[in-house]
Design a protein. Sequence first.
Length: 340
Amino acid sequence: MSVPQPIRPVILTGDRPTGPLHLGHYVGSLRNRVAMQHSHRQFILVADAQALTDNADNSARVRDNVVEVVLDYLSVGVDPDATVICLQSALPALAELTMLYLNLVTVARLERNPTIKAEIQMRGFGRDIPAGFLCYPVSQAADITGFRATVVPVGEDQAPMIEQTNEILRRINRMAGRDILPEAEAVIPRAGRLPGLDGRAKMSKSLGNALSLSASAQEIAQAVKRMYTDPDHLKPSDPGRVEGNTVFTYLDAFDADVAEVEDLKARYRRGGLGDSVVKARLQAVLLTLLEPIRERRLELARDRAAVLDILRAGTAQARRVTQTVLEEVREGLGLFTLPG
Ligand code: TRP
């Protein structure tokens, strides 16, 4: 027996509500989600349970950012009529799937996950790794399979999570003797990851090198001003390096006028083009991108009840979907089913 497939492929992504979403999220995933929401069946998870895995002492931070993240989604163009926005901790089926999946993964495999490894290092857990943190790839597998998602738009650091998800679901399908769960594919932006304002590989609020999507004109100006360029480009007349120059990386990511950017690059390389000229262009480009997002966000934030309604309705819908998947997985794994 094969499971009937929905007509549109299913997208599932999520974000930890630990702070305002930033440009890195936009390039890494949000932009893709907005672009794909009408051709796909899209679910977006506010991953508050996952956020607790490294914020157990800080639940207020997680709680207070739930509505903020929903506002970020809506203001970048996620359409609540096309996309289901839901709250992870209000979906018990996901927690149940996580419990079942934990038996299909070894601790050694979890410790080998390169993203988990790097994050353990970065957070300085030492030997005191919260078990929930080590196991969050399993909960993420529950998220993805709980919606039968086949498309997962994420940054490249999340690819190992999708790989682990597929290992788990293959095992379930083998145990069930039929394809209960479809394989998932990560959709990683071709442009790669957006570096932080300081030129470091990753933009992250905790690294202090992020520009939030709700930044004001003044914050944008300040951020661009302190952006990393070519440290050897001291005078405008000096020839400058474009590779690894964050300002140019951003222009590549956001400036629609590719020919103009190529021209600026050539002039910069030759010498005779000052950082301030390139930065002024980037500032204008970012302002054009972010100003409407910020205005929309201010508008939406005025009606908090409407935002909560969107989240409530989305969560109710997600509860039905995930509950159905849970029942099929329980059956596939051969669990005892109480009659009645
Ligand atoms: N781990 C993801 C991040 O930190 C957030 C997330 C939770 C997620 N559940 C997910 C992403 C499911 C994709 C699919 O960005």
